[in-house]
Design a protein around this ligand. Structure first.
Ligand code: NAD
Length: 358
């Protein structure tokens, strides 16, 4: 079991250190961790936001744990040297087509959401977004000038059957893994099939695929309705699967249901369940180096890694339970702090999770 550790920039090294602490406390046999720079750290070390040695390490590993990249001080660099380019390139090089973003609200944090506690408490939703196709990559694209001198912008929404089928499979498989207490597994496929032919095909392929998964209940929803339902009654959803652009928007919307960006893990997987795991937030340069960031999103990303890449459900659940226990004992970093709780630093939250593991 080889794991590449890429702390990155800003709060990246602080939060990744806590995740590594938790992993070491689990004492998993045969887990080899190797660290390498990416983003601004890669640029500082090798003049490249994705140094060759880092990419090679990631390719040779079974999974990648990433902190975050970026700092305002790199904003003036040429585009290809900027930290974010390193991130886009590594996703592409590793063929990570499936992005998994759970939105889970711990009852202890129900007051942190901007929605009413009764709407969000108990929320446990997984959004699965296709990450390498759709209008973000379709050709033709660009801005051209028409004969009358007016400019025109073009992007193209495209999906072929196999791209739809492989992300559909991820969604159906995950829905079956998440099935609880004899409940039927549920997948809601989000499209705009009434207007866009690309997503009409999306719906057809999802229906064809569902014949292979009789245990899973498949439903369909137009994206505009899905955006509304996520705010109105988010607990109606279990697994939601959608294309790149709809998923981009809906997953950010869903992340805010839980109140704090510091709580949200993510996974990006390839066809063999090799994955890159990272918190959903950025490098937070405004609080970097102060030991006050919330490490839970990164620690929960490790739980996702154990579940999806290493098939180690026992240790994944152990980490999730330990995070929940640290919260129920009242430990809070500044971003989720409320009156009456114990305000702790980033490293102290890491210690609290390690203590709760036992
Ligand atoms: P950000 O997510 O870094 O920060 C937004 C706000 O949330 C800030 O106030 C920050 O202090 C707070 N925050 C974020 N993570 C937190 C945590 N774990 N604990 C407590 N508070 C937290 O977004 P931004 O400010 O728009 O971007 C900062 C840099 O991060 C930019 O360079 C951007 O390009 C980069 N970025 C990287 C990624 C990534 O690596 N995946 C994602 C988004 C942004």
């Amino acid at each position: 079991m080889k794991l590449a550790i890429l702390p990155g920039d800003g709060i990246g090294p602080e939060i990744v250190a806590q995740a590594v602490k938790v992993l070491k406390a689990l004492d998993i046999k045969d887990l080899i961790m190797t660290e390498a720079p990416i983003g601004g750290a890669g640029y500082e070390a090798f003049g490249d936001p994705l140094p060759d040695s880092t990419l090679q390490l990631a390719k040779d590993s079974d999974a990648v744990l990433l902190g975050a990249v970026g700092d305002w001080k790199y904003d003036k660099l040429e585009r290809h040297l900027r930290p974010e380019r390193g991130l886009l390139r590594i996703r592409k090089e590793l063929n990570l087509f499936a992005n998994l973003r759970p939105a889970l609200l711990y009852p202890e944090l129900a007051g942190a959401s901007t929605l009413k506690p009764e709407v969000v408490s108990g929320l446990d939703l997984m959004i699965i977004r296709e990450l390498t196709g759709d209008i973000y990559f379709g050709q033709p694209r660009g801005i051209s000038t028409l004969e009358n001198g007016e400019r025109e912008g073009i992007n193209t929404m495209r999906y072929n059957e196999s791209e739809i089928r492989r992300i559909g499979r991820v969604a159906f498989d995950i829905a079956m893994k998440r099935r609880k207490n004899g409940q039927k597994a549920k997948v809601c496929s989000v499209d705009k099939a009434n207007v866009l032919e690309t997503t009409e095909l999306w719906r057809q392929v999802m229906i064809e695929l569902s014949a292979e998964y009789p245990e899973v209940e498949l439903s369909h929803m137009y994206v505009d309705n899905a955006a509304m339902q996520l705010i109105r009654a988010p607990k109606q959803f279990d697994v939601m699967v959608t294309g790149n652009i709809f998923g981009d928007i809906l997953s950010d919307e869903a992340s805010m249901l839980t109140g704090s960006i510091g709580m949200l893990p993510s996974a990006s997987l390839d066809a063999n369940n090799k994955g890159m795991y990272e918190p959903s937030h950025g490098s937070a340069p405004d609080i970097a180096g102060k030991d006050i960031a919330n490490p839970l999103a990164t620690i929960l990303s490790v739980a996702m890694m154990l579940r999806h890449t290493f098939n180690d459900e026992a240790n994944a659940t152990r980490i999730e339970f330990a995070c929940k226990k640290a919260l129920s004992m009242g430990f809070r970093t500044a971003d989720i702090y409320t009156e009456g709780c114990k305000k702790v630093k980033c490293s102290e939250m890491g210690d609290a999770v390690v203590a709760a593991l036992n």
